[in-house]
Design a protein around this ligand. Sequence first.
Ligand SMILES: NC(=O)c1ccc[n+]([C@@H]2O[C@H](COP(=O)([O-])OP(=O)(O)OC[C@H]3O[C@@H](n4cnc5c(N)ncnc54)[C@H](O)[C@@H]3O)[C@@H](O)[C@H]2O)c1
Length: 326
Amino acid sequence: MSPGAGKTILVTGGAGFIGSHVVELLLTYGYRVVVLDDLSTGRSEYLPSDAEFIQGDVRSKEDIARAFSVGLDAVIHIAGQASIKLSYNDPLHDLGVNTNGTLNILNACITHRVKRLLFASSMTVYGNPVVCPTPESAPPDPVSYYAVTKYAAERYVHLTGARSDLGFPLNVTSFRMFNVYGERQSLTNAYQGVLAIFLGRVLRGEEIVIHSDGEQSRDFVYVRDVARAWVEALDNRDTYGQVINLGTGLPTSVNTLCNAVLAAFGHTPQTYHVRYQEAQLGDLRTSAADTSKAKALMRWEPMVRFEEGIVRTIDWARKSMETGKT
Ligand SMILES: NC(=O)c1ccc[n+]([C@@H]2O[C@H](COP(=O)([O-])OP(=O)(O)OC[C@H]3O[C@@H](n4cnc5c(N)ncnc54)[C@H](O)[C@@H]3O)[C@@H](O)[C@H]2O)c1
């Protein structure tokens, strides 16, 4: 029997980049999947036809009640405002979606006695880490508004999971995801996803803009590896109550990323227009995950190397651009 048979999972943000890959994998495991998404950045065409879709907002208790009314075994809460830049442009929106939205989901879990909740946290909670690769035990030091709202939400999730007055066990897990990349990351959203931003620009023949000197590093982890962690954690009791990094442990500089994208299109930084600008508010200098906890608790390791993942992503991006589906 498939592991998901007879179980219903709500995926918030399931029409988005990461969420849609999680939905797809859940369906292959045999779960019934319900998606709650307001389509602010997600796209309904990314939802497999077997998923049940409720268009709604995690800030709306009514929309959440509709989603929970189907009877849920677990909630995968991925919906969020994912841009550091936008968190500065509209901090109240960022707070409303990321923190208040998560509180709404927690309240609904309590009301409906849903015993399992997985939450999309972020490596940004570490700020500029003292230790790199960074373990989960490193002290959080958020340095952007976005990181503050994500960290607050993560703490609400774990403090609620630890409450002894609920009358039932609410088993929570948070994934601090590093820089996720891959198919379906928006090529037109200038606010999130550095690889997809670069790809979109080269495909449209636009200049590439690098903030700072480009020597800042990121840990790029492939979206299908990330989706596998989410789905396999659902029934893994060792992950209950845990905060777990999802990354590769390998820092890649933004200049290296840019060169790889340009090379795939037959360019070099000398033959293509690359412009350097000042660093953005809240940008980190170095970032890489210590993934030993994910390995120990879940036997999870990324399987797709960056060199392969980037080829897959570029192939998808070219096709999307050719077919006008960007
Ligand atoms: N992409 C990354 O590298 C990364 C890293 C760490 C954490 N995260 C977190 O993972 C989650 C998914 O990120 P993503 O990269 O897939 O971005 P995304 O923008 O593609 O996905 C977010 C999804 O949430 C939906 N959404 C946004 N606001 C909503 C609301 N108020 N109500 C209901 N749905 C709403 C969007 O329509 C979209 O489908 C976010 O919470 C983000 O903060 C992403």
